[in-house]
Design a protein around this ligand. Structure first.
Ligand code: CA
Ligand code: CA
Ligand code: CA
Ligand code: CA
Length: 501
């Protein structure tokens, strides 16, 4: 197991994720929509005003709405889909733009520290939101009063790591004003933070922001390392003299820890038809769990050939169990802010050696058997009883050798009678699998009643034995008979013949 934690790996990983291996390069790009409001922040408005702007994207949005908030209260809203007209300007090769307008009427609202929010969603579900701070007051009113200041976040905020600069726009009726920020992990605040505008909570500690340049954005640096990983509510408010704005609240995530990658699965197995599943479920990210982790799996075989799969929450990886070899499976998990961890798992799929099985004329034979075949021109030979792992069985190659000469291949063949029947012959079956592993069976065969019959030689020896026995028996009978005859003719039983000189 090799383990390492680097952000370099994550950069590499993300590179792979966006490479052609991850997604088709031919797909047209679909960028997030962009909403532009032409008016400037801090607008002082009397009874009504026309707000104008531009929507930029490849296509018209599927939804585009506006809402206006007076403090935490939404005082008006409307739909903009019917108020878009093509402008004809092309902002880039594939993007179009449409003009929109909104007529805001404040006659029924005597005074308002207002934020206009315009939100649009494109055909791919991507969103953009634009905000405008404006102050509305009836100019015919007896005396103009100082309205509450207002603040908005300048950029969208998501998962944060390390030191992050947060920019806001804080304004009162006369221009930029100072601002404060606070952070909380209180679940109560988290609940109310679902709304973007909340009343300032009392139990939080407010910190002053600094304006880098006077009359510009108010900014602060959030050092997320001071907090544990988790979900927080980030709040900002504008301060003008003794007036405070409504509080702008954003749910944020803090993530300063790398996830850990883990692979569970076997290390040794024998080939079979099907898949082996490797499980990355044991991978996790502190606090954030694994639901949003990107899993990048790389399977490498002995030849260095790679199979790559990646995706969010892609917890398992299936490997074809029918291909033997030594493999390395690497899993890299990447969290939302780009921290990653990589783990490798080596495994071995072993090929099972086949076991040869032979039949001649339907009769099963074993290695070393001798068989006498009926007098025929050919006999059926079969190897289909041979065994191997289920994935290899159907691909087994049976090669038939007669007297060590390869004659033919096939699971079922006709063995033609040899021309020379003066001696026995050998039949060898070799069964080979897809990995080149093999097993053999060799038998001796011949044709009945010919010298080729392995039994024929044995019959010949028997005949000689019996002939010898008959001759020996005859001798045993003949000797006493001769002795008896000689005794009868000479009258003496122990006479020794003598020769005359
Ligand atoms: Ca788009
Ligand atoms: Ca993390
Ligand atoms: Ca095999
Ligand atoms: Ca095999």
């Amino acid at each position: 197991m090799v383990q390492g934690t680097t952000r370099l790996a994550s950069a590499l990983c993300l590179l792979i994720l966006i490479s052609p291996l991850g997604a088709s390069v031919n797909e047209p790009t679909d960028d997030s929509p962009q909403i532009i409001i032409e008016q400037n922040h801090g607008l002082n408005v009397n009874s009504n005003i026309n707000i104008t702007g531009t929507y930029i994207d490849e296509l018209l949005p599927i939804s585009m709405t506006w809402e206006i908030y007076n403090g935490v209260e939404r005082i008006d809203e409307g739909d903009l889909l019917d108020h878009l007209s093509e402008s004809g300007d092309s902002h880039s090769s594939s993007r179009n733009s449409w003009q929109y307008y909104i007529n805001l009427n404040f006659t029924s609202t005597p005074s308002c520290s207002c934020v206009l929010e315009i939100e649009a969603t494109d055909t791919n579900g991507q969103k953009d939101m634009a905000q405008l701070i404006l102050f509305a007051q009836d100019e015919d009113a007896e005396s103009l009063t100082q309205l509450n200041p207002l603040i908005i976040f300048e950029n969208p905020i998501g998962q944060l790591t390390g030191e992050v600069e947060i920019d806001t726009i804080a304004m009162d009726m006369s221009g930029s004003t100072s601002a404060q920020w606070a952070i909380s992990n209180s679940s109560e605040i988290q609940m109310s933070c679902i709304q973007s505008w909340i009343e300032s909570p009392e139990q939080v500690q407010w910190h002053n922001m600094t304006a880098i340049i006077p009359d510009s954005s108010q900014s602060f640096t959030l050092d997320t390392l001071a907090y544990d990983d988790g979900e927080y509510s980030l709040m900002v408010r504008a301060v003008s003299d003794d007036l405070y704005s409504t509080c702008a609240c954003k749910p944020i995530g803090i993530d300063n820890n790398a996830p850990t990658a883990r692979i569970d699965g076997p290390s040794e197995m024998t080939e079979y038809s099907g898949t082996i599943q490797f499980d990355g479920t044991g991978s996790s990210d502190l606090f954030w769990g694994q639901d949003e982790l990107v899993f990048l799996w790389v399977l490498e075989d002995e030849l260095g050939e790679k199979t790559i799969r990646s995706g969010v929450d892609l917890r398992t990886f299936d490997v074809d169990a029918s291909k033997s070899g030594n493999f390395t499976l690497t899993l890299t998990v990447v969290d939302n802010v780009g921290f990653s961890d990589t783990v490798s798992h080596e495994f071995n799929i072993t090929n099972q050696v086949p076991v040869a099985a032979l039949r001649i004329g339907g009769q099963a034979l074993e290695d070393g058997d001798q068989i006498t075949l009926t007098d025929s021109t050919q006999w059926l030979v079969e190897c289909s009883d041979s065994t191997d792992s289920d994935n290899d069985k159907s691909g087994l190659v049976c090669t038939w050798y007669v007297d060590d000469e390869p004659l033919m291949t096939g699971w079922s063949r006709q063995l033609v009678s040899p021309e020379d029947l003066s001696k026995p012959h050998t039949l060898m079956l070799e069964v080979t699998d897809d990995d080149g592993m093999s097993d053999t069976i060799t038998v001796t065969f011949g044709v009945q009643d010919t010298p080729s019959d392995p039994m024929y030689v044995a019959d010949d020896t028997d005949n000689q034995f019996w002939l010898l026995m008959v001759v020996f028996g005859a001798i045993l009978v003949a000797i006493p008979l001769t002795m008896a005859l000689m005794q009868r003719f000479t009258g003496k039983s122990t006479a020794i013949p003598k020769w005359k000189r």
